[in-house]
Design a protein around this ligand. Structure first.
Ligand SMILES: C[S@@+](CC[C@H](N)C(=O)[O-])C[C@H]1O[C@@H](n2cnc3c(N)ncnc32)[C@H](O)[C@@H]1O
Ligand code: SF4
Length: 345
């Protein structure tokens, strides 16, 4: 029989589970703390549990391993990129970025992605499977353990579409912000989505305090559709209405992400249309010069034209930044390190 993934149990679920197997309530608090505060991955290390209980846990449960396969450290800004190997041999990428305000970790939510965005390396081989809550959590735990750095911010912007793995993603948010675990403030968590409308609305109902980042990338429905197949299913106006709903329900300002692709979506006309979309919205715009992948011939605009694009929007009152490139000397676009390793390049 397959062992149960105990690190995916929420605090309440673990309490119920321990009572169901005849253990006292306080044991669940101890076990949860070992896994989610002290970050151990072996029952043997849980030294305040009786040996018999450790053996009982070992027989029926597992703390799923997420093992470091590769680590690259940027000489420019100290960014760390990790490739982690999962129990079934699949690999995922995570990144640690060091800022003045604290350490931010970018995690993956799926192995691969089925959304097919044209410029993205994560989707080139489609979706392999969803990550469990424990596999998402352990990316953060491992980075904290390996580097000895305390993680204060989390972005779910690695491989995968979090709202395509909705239940596990939601559980991850609850667990990583749980006071019995790492207790990371939801205000320090950002989840990025390509725009799965029903799940944006569902998430709004949860009234979490996380920031929602919406991958926009097109200044109108046609342009967006040409870059993101998901726009065939959900039109731009529906996506924007869902974002407005999220803001209305949570009071959290939306971040719009816009990958600048030279000659495709960075024209003065695009800036004008983008202004029309954003001017009456309480939001932030993040411009990301596209990170070229060899499978597509998209190019990033030069620095000057990216600045021009930004200035046009700024002059018209849009709150906009160009995202600082982190770790430019280590394997660039998200999903590339994983692909290269899987292909043995
Ligand atoms: C990899 S996605 C993961 C989160 C979610 N699936 C989404 O699309 O928002 C995170 C962000 O990276 C952007 N992105 C993907 N490939 C990129 C590339 N080659 N260059 C720049 N940004 C890219 C996406 O558009 C998205 O805004
Ligand atoms: S940008 Fe996001 S949704 Fe699109 S393919 Fe990449 S990971 Fe998937």
């Amino acid at each position: 029989m397959e062992k149960k993934d105990i690190a995916s149990y929420s605090f309440e679920e673990l309490q119920e589970e321990m009572l169901a197997i005849g253990e006292k309530g306080f044991r669940s608090r101890q076990i949860y703390s070992w896994i989610h505060e002290k970050l151990v991955d072996d029952f043997e290390e849980m030294t305040n549990l009786p040996k018999a209980l450790r053996q009982k846990l070992e027989a029926a449960y597992e703390i799923r391993r997420v093992e470091m396969e590769k680590r690259q450290i940027s000489k420019i800004d100290g960014t760390n990129k990790f490739l982690f190997c999962l129990k079934d041999g699949n690999m995922v990428e995570s990144v640690l970025m060091k800022y003045k305000h604290g350490n931010s970790v970018c995690i993956s939510s799926q192995v691969g992605c089925r959304m097919g965005c044209r410029f993205c390396a994560s989707t080139l081989d489609g979706l392999e499977r969803n990550l469990t809550p424990s596999e998402m959590l352990r990316q953060v735990y491992q980075i904290q353990k390996i580097t000895g750095e305390r993680v204060s911010n989390i972005v779910i912007m690695g491989t995968g579409e979090p709202l395509d793995n909705y239940d596990n993603f939601l559980k991850f948010i609850h667990m990583v912000s749980d006071e019995h675990g790492l207790n990371i403030s939801q205000r320090n968590i950002t989840a990025s989505t390509c725009g799965i409308v029903p799940n944006i609305r569902k998430l709004a109902e949860e009234k979490l305090q996380i920031t929602l980042a919406l991958s926009l990338h097109g200044s109108n429905q046609e342009k967006r559709r040409s870059l993101m197949p998901v726009a065939n299913k959900y039109e731009l106006h529906e996506v924007l209405e869902a974002c407005d709903y999220y803001f209305e329900k949570t009071g959290r300002r939306i971040t719009f992400e816009y990958s600048l692709v030279h000659g495709v979506n960075d024209t003065p006309e695009d800036a004008k249309e983008l202004m029309g979309i954003l001017k009456d919205r309480n939001c932030h715009l993040n411009l990301i010069p596209v990170n070229p992948i060899k499978e597509r011939n998209y190019e990033k605009p030069d620095k000057k034209s990216a600045e021009n694009f930004k200035n046009k929007l700024e002059k018209n009152g849009i709150n906009v930044t160009i995202r600082r490139e982190m770790g430019s000397d280590i394997d660039g676009a998200c999903g590339q390190l994983r692909r290269k390793t899987m292909q043995g390049v």
